[in-house]
Design a protein around this ligand. Structure first.
Ligand SMILES: [Zn+2]
Ligand SMILES: [Zn+2]
Length: 209
């Protein structure tokens, strides 16, 4: 584990939220948000109305910018979010969850809690000097972001599907390189055969002359 459990979960949840904005946008309706809320294990205040949806959607580009920005920009964004929400860190233990930080109360609007939870997780990332773990997928035509929680910070792709896709593409490239090389070999051989026979023929001609 690179960060505390709640930090890692919050980072993954923030990335998941940001990634809903990629084409096709999968956070278009109140129902979409209800599904996301359940899938991501959110608890507490959930209005389920259009206003909430708008607030959550509007948070996505902000979190994305924060993810990919330099440290100065990240810090400014984090502090802004914590200030706006009047975040008050409290260490708590509830349900099946061991000690972790809450910085909002469960009755705050969902978008506010999402923002604060992401900001609090970012605080840890910055303090530990681990911002290079906040990445964008390396795969062609994928702009998903992810938190690289691997031991040696070597993860390049957002998902198994992207890493499979890129592995298949690399395989095809190698394959066609091999085929091209084989074809080049073949044509070189054919040419030298032709040259040889031409030489032989011209040799004969010369001899005849
Ligand atoms: Zn909690
Ligand atoms: Zn990807």
């Amino acid at each position: 584990m690179v960060f505390a459990h709640d930090t890692e979960e919050a980072l993954q949840s923030a990335a998941a939220l940001v990634n809903t904005a990629q084409t096709p946008d999968v956070l278009m309706s109140v129902e979409d948000l209800a599904t996301f809320y359940v899938d991501q294990g959110w608890k507490g205040q959930h209005a389920g109305d259009a206003e909430e949806l708008e607030q959550v959607r509007a948070l996505r580009p902000i979190l994305r910018r924060m993810w990919l920005d330099g440290t100065e920009g990240q810090v400014e964004c984090i502090n802004g979010m914590l200030r706006t929400a009047s975040a008050l860190p409290q260490i708590v233990r509830h349900d099946e969850f061991d000690w972790h930080l809450h910085a909002t109360t469960p009755d705050e609007p969902l978008a506010v809690r999402m923002a604060v939870e992401a900001a609090m997780a970012m605080v840890d990332v910055i303090r530990m000097g681990e911002t290079e773990r906040l990445k964008m997928c390396d795969a062609e035509s994928c702009e998903h972001i992810f938190a690289d929680l691997s031991r040696n910070r070597s993860r390049r792709y957002c998902s198994v599907s992207c890493s499979n896709r890129m592995a298949a593409a690399a395989y095809r490239t190698r394959q066609s390189d091999t085929e091209e090389a084989a074809a080049a070999d073949e044509s070189a051989r054919t040419m030298s055969d032709q040259t040889m026979s031409a030489q032989t023929m011209s040799g004969q001609t010369n001899q005849e002359q």
